[in-house]
Design a protein around this ligand. Structure first.
Ligand code: 4NP
Length: 166
């Protein structure tokens, strides 16, 4: 660690395919956490298996790159049992995926489950719309709302880390 705030548990972002929304969330979160000196593991996964092993969608790579973040090295994987013990927070990008995560959760899971915008004042329960069948503008819109959610989570985890140290 480099003298920043350490948080014991990581965060896992989850969408359907793990090629559009959750890879953008992972990249945005990693950059925001690093910028603020918050040391926390971050990863992403899909509830579905269609795209396992695939690189993020080229449109997601492009919008992230336009915002100074490289997500091209990511590779899609499916949510697995261990994730419910490895991560402190499993953060779904929409309601259907939150429900899919809940259905997969072991009884003694230690992760807490939430949606990305739950951390944003006044936007609790709001989904991030799937841009997969949309155009570039849909990816740009997803990127903007994902960043609002990610920044709110970074702030929440900073408070949690502070409370753990206190
Ligand atoms: P994501 O988007 O869940 O944000 O990665 C999708 C990616 C692939 C599909 C649907 C949504 N698909 O149907 O293949």
């Amino acid at each position: 660690m480099h003298g920043g705030i350490e948080h014991r548990f990581g965060v896992l972002f989850v969408c359907l395919g793990n090629i559009c929304r959750s890879p953008m969330a992972e990249g945005a979160f990693r950059a925001a956490a690093q910028q603020r000196g918050l040391a926390v593991d971050v990863d992403s996964a899909g509830t579905a298996s269609y795209h396992v092993g695939h690189q993020p969608d080229p449109r997601a790579i492009m919008v992230a790159r336009d915002n100074g973040i490289d997500i091209a090295g990511q590779s899609a994987r499916q949510l697995e049992r261990d994730d419910f013990y490895r991560f402190g927070h499993i953060i779904a990008l929409d309601r259907a995926n939150l429900e899919a995560v809940r259905l997969k959760a072991p009884r003694d899971a230690t992760a807490s489950l939430a949606m990305l915008l739950d951390a944003v004042e006044g936007r609790r329960g709001e989904p991030v719309a799937d841009p997969y069948y949309g155009d570039t503008a849909a990816f740009e819109a997803a990127w903007r709302v994902i960043n609002i959610g990610v920044n709110a989570w970074v702030e929440r985890l900073e408070r949690e880390a502070g409370a753990l140290r206190a």
